[in-house]
Write a protein that binds this ligand. Structure first.
Ligand code: HEM
Length: 132
């Protein structure tokens, strides 16, 4: 049987997420993409943030595997206009930074793996973004 998108993504994330450098490179890239974004993290403990993101991406992957959306709705709430005020257009930069970091760290990255990531996590990202 063909592996599903979420199988491919699970394996790809497994090849990346044990390296602290993966998350460091992600945030360097993400913050490098816009001064507005850099400012949002000016007072953030980035070591703690890297661990929170490790779990956050796992929530996106688990949602793709059929888990409930409760955790993603909570992230939608913390990121909405009354929370961190994360503008909807910034999620494109987040996804671009994630893909570039996956390409850098996943030795088996390919157009197929990239497409699987896109299809698998877009619905979860939409939940967070649309809570705005
Ligand atoms: C905090 C995940 C997108 C900015 C967090 C936390 C998680 C997380 C797990 C910590 C828990 C919390 O405070 O609720 C994600 C995921 C995203 C995403 C999975 C993609 C779908 C973004 C984007 C931005 C952003 C696009 C900015 C442009 C922040 C900020 C914090 C935060 C400023 C708080 C940092 C602090 O405590 O100082 N995010 N996030 N996030 N996120 Fe996101």
């Amino acid at each position: 049987m063909e592996p599903s998108d979420s199988d491919i993504v699970f394996q790809s994330y497994g090849r990346c997420c044990n390296s602290e450098d993966f998350f460091k490179d992600f945030y360097d890239r993400f913050m490098g993409s816009s001064a507005d974004i850099r400012e949002l993290f000016a007072n953030t403990d980035m070591k703690a943030q890297r661990h929170l993101l490790r779990n956050g991406i796992m929530q996106l992957v688990l949602y793709a595997r059929g888990m409930s959306d409760t955790k993603l709705r909570a992230l939608g709430k913390s990121h909405d206009r009354t929370g961190y005020n994360i503008r909807p257009e910034w999620y494109r930069l987040w996804l671009d930074a994630l893909m570039a970091t996956l390409r850098q760290h996943d030795s088996q990255f390919s157009p197929e793996v990239e497409a699987a990531w896109n299809r698998a996590i877009t619905p979860g990202i939409d939940i967070i973004r649309q809570a705005y």
